[in-house]
Design a protein around this ligand. Sequence first.
Ligand code: HEC
Length: 180
Amino acid sequence: MKRVAIVALCALAPLMAKDYKSAIESPDATKILQKDKLPPPKHYKMPKQCITTDPLAIARGRYMFHNLNGKKAKTKPPKGLAKYVIVNGKKKPKQYGNCVACHNIEGAKGPGNVGPDLHNYKKHFIDSGVRSYQYVYQQIADARVHVPKTHMTINLTTKLFTPQEICEIASYVVSKKKEK
Ligand code: HEC
């Protein structure tokens, strides 16, 4: 009896499978995938006067570095930050940046460790001659030029950031910091 049931089930299986197939919606994702496809890696020349010691520019860089991408910012943004969102009809500063998701740095809260620790970046990387400001700019703009299979977000080629924002974040990364 059991065997009959199994044989019957096997015989019916293709029909059942057919039924399942029609019940599950399988939308064509090609368009979505095409939209998300990254353009090829791009070299960028750091704009003139990109790296600055202007405290407000560095404050904006710091703000972007430490904020996770999201709908609304947790702390008040410094003056001059460019992006806003409308939440319940009100204009609110947009939370964006996301560097701390992968990097530790002075004053980071709950940093990720996918990317290298950026504590004392200027001393360890710039003053030592290992990296240049141009390298930092390129890394934040499009890291694939340095590491083809990087896990870092591509920020300028995808227009996630403007060149000015990249300069401000880079200025923050290489700035002298009081926090630990
Ligand atoms: C998803 C993870 C991830 C995010 C988000 C991320 N990074 Fe990175 N970052 C990496 C990894 C991994 C590396 C190591 C080099 C590589 O693979 O490109 C790196 C390398 C770097 C370096 C070069 C360090 C060196 O070797 O001199 C800098 C500077 C840097 N990131 C800054 C940033 C800034 C600024 C942001 C935010 C705009 C950011 N990263 C966001 C993963 C990330």
